[in-house]
Design a protein around this ligand. Structure first.
Ligand code: TMP
Length: 231
């Protein structure tokens, strides 16, 4: 298979059919723009399964995504898309960089849902970027930004409901979108690598903060998330 791209947690290969690609989840965990890096055997499989369950739920509810087919434990077939170079971050509860930047204690409820954009650039450390900066540089149009914001809020509603039924609080998460056949599709993954999931009763962290903050038993949290959404 021809390798198109290798990222920190996935490898993308050319698909057999035109306009498709094969995405393989890796076991590597990274944080701090790749400064902290470790192999966590089994992480790829857990993230692939969790992300596939979430993407299928979103697609059943009208969200357009790149996902075409699950190939095996760690591999999916997807539509090839031109990734929009911004990360869309949605926050329901203060945590992480939001808490650090604005001095709002982690776990504080927010009066409204926050949607933020970050410029996808390892070189510049994924800086936060606003609409007018994005359109000025030509990363995306205002129409695309509005569509991504609306889709991100819909994804948030669907995921808050889905995770609340599983006894999990959805604190925040990151989405990526891509352009394919003239439309925007939800791409990449949605997993404990890209979301903050807290136990609804104890607020125990079940996500990548266990790795970022050396809290231990990283994959125990991921397995717990999977077991609960599988029902
Ligand atoms: P933050 O609090 O560090 O800005 O992260 C907000 C959410 O976005 C959190 O769930 C982790 C996720 N995220 C990623 O998946 N990739 C990233 O590069 C960043 C910065 C955040």
């Amino acid at each position: 298979m021809e390798k198109l791209y290798e990222g920190k947690s996935k490898i993308v290969y050319e698909g057999e059919e035109p306009g498709t690609c094969i995405i393989k989840y890796k076991d590597t965990a990274t944080a701090g723009n790749g400064v902290k890096k470790e192999d966590l055997p089994g992480k790829g499989k857990l993230n692939a399964e969790i992300s596939n369950i979430i993407f299928n739920h979103l697609m059943e509810n009208g969200v357009k995504t790149h996902l075409l087919k699950v190939i095996d434990d760690t591999t999916v077939l997807a539509k090839k898309a031109d990734i929009v170079m911004v990360e869309v971050i949605v926050r329901n509860v203060a945590a992480g960089s939001f808490s650090k930047k604005y001095g709002v204690p982690e776990g504080s409820p927010l009066k409204n849902t926050v949607v933020e954009f970050s410029y996808k650039s390892d070189e510049y450390g994924d800086p936060m970027i606003n609409d007018s900066q994005i359109t000025a540089i030509g990363i995306a149009t205002q129409e695309e930004l509005d569509e991504m914001k609306a889709a991100a809020l819909k994804v948030n509603d669907l995921m808050v409901e889905m995770f609340s039924k599983a006894g999990i609080r959805l604190i925040d998460f990151k989405l990526e979108f891509g352009r394919a056949d003239g439309e925007l599709l939800l791409c990449d993954e949605i997993s404990p690598d890209s979301c903050r999931f807290w136990d609804a009763k104890t607020n125990e962290k079940l996500d990548k903060d266990r790795f970022r903050r050396d809290l231990g038993n990283v994959l125990g949290g991921y397995s717990d998330v999977l077991a609960r959404i599988k029902g």
